[in-house]
Design a protein around this ligand. Structure first.
Ligand code: GLV
Ligand code: GLV
Length: 322
């Protein structure tokens, strides 16, 4: 008998095709719109397998609506949308999509680094708004990336991929991580720093940690005050790691030079959000892993996990054991 699979978003049919052999598939029919919570709770009633995006919260409440649930796959590397304790209580499996998005996300960090440092979006607006009257020496001058010091908070897979790109820009690479990465220090010349020292010494601070109770609000008023006044903060991890009110105040009062943000506490971010009123904020709609190749590879990892589950084979990329 086929198992019930619910997918919280409309996905390309060729991607989910292999799953039809094992599953009766029901999909939320919208490609772009997040499923309303009450609809999601009603939809999981019979499902044994659930495929979610990072916008869907899988918590104790949802589990209470899903008595048959055995496996949850999230279309993301971050799995803060899943309450692992609640899952463990019922022995439910969870899988994510690591590795395949590492380079794509590291590329976006560099895109934000260059965009903030060289004021690319601001310069583009200037041209399109007809403000370009001619060349002058201090027109839209920015900061150099080459040779600057980058401080990476969280030297996981993506953090390391950012660090390697930074070496190509002759940057000095500082990092802060729960555990020292001695092999990487030795091999690539990365320098470990306590968080406070990293914040003080870096021209560019990149937030790359997973989002958890420990990292919620990790970068607040005190941490931002430690940064140099011409430093740049980049966040492509999760919005809640940086206190947005403190960040706004720091940018507004010229205590920080710019910020590049791919993530927000509330997504989608409201157009009235104070951060979006600032010219020195480069804001993106959570597109860190958004290349066609990578999004395809991520979806394929979810398919593989769901197939392995249905076939009783070893399931890769399990995160329920952490
Ligand atoms: C994106 O934020 C992801 O966790 O994959
Ligand atoms: C985070 O999960 C990473 O891959 O760095």
């Amino acid at each position: 008998m086929k198992k019930q699979l619910f997918i919280t978003r409309k996905l390309p049919s060729h991607i989910i095709e292999p799953l039809h052999t094992y599953y009766n598939i029901v999909e939320w029919p919208e490609e772009e719109v997040v499923m309303p919570r009450e609809k999601l709770l009603a939809a999981v009633k019979d499902c044994e397998a659930l495929w979610v995006t990072l916008a869907d919260q899988v918590d104790a409440e949802l589990l209470a609506y899903a008595p048959n649930l055995k496996i949850v796959s999230t279309l993301s590397v971050g799995f803060n949308n899943i309450d692992m304790n609640a899952l463990r209580g019922r022995g439910i499996i969870a899988t994510n999509t690591p590795d395949v998005l590492t380079d794509t996300t590291a590329d976006l960090v560099f895109a934000l680094l260059l965009a903030t440092a060289r004021r690319i979006p601001e310069a583009e607006r200037y041209l399109r708004e007809g403000k370009w009257q001619g060349w002058y020496p201090l027109q839209l001058v920015g900061k150099d990336v080459g040779g600057a010091t980058i401080g990476i908070i969280g030297l996981g897979r993506i953090g390391q991929a950012v660090a390697k790109r930074a070496l190509g820009f002759d940057m000095k690479v500082l990092y802060h991580n729960r555990n020292r990465k001695l092999a990487e220090e030795e091999r690539y010349g990365f320098h470990y720093r306590a968080l406070e020292d990293l914040l003080q010494e870096s021209d560019f601070v990149v937030v790359m940690t997973p989002y958890s109770k420990e990292t919620e609000g990790l970068i607040g008023e005190r941490e931002l005050a430690l940064m140099q006044e011409d430093a740049v903060l980049i966040n492509v991890a999760r919005g809640g790691i940086v206190n947005e009110t403190a960040l706004y105040d720091a940018l507004k009062n010229n205590k920080l030079w710019a910020a590049g943000l791919d993530v927000f506490e509330q997504e989608p971010v409201a157009l009235q959000h104070p951060l979006l009123t600032l010219p020195n904020v480069v804001a993106l709609p959570h597109i860190g892993s958004a290349s066609l190749q990578t999004r395809t590879a991520m979806m394929n990892l979810n398919v593989q996990a769901l197939l392995a589950y249905a076939q009783g084979e070893t399931i890769l990329n399990r995160v329920d054991r952490y």
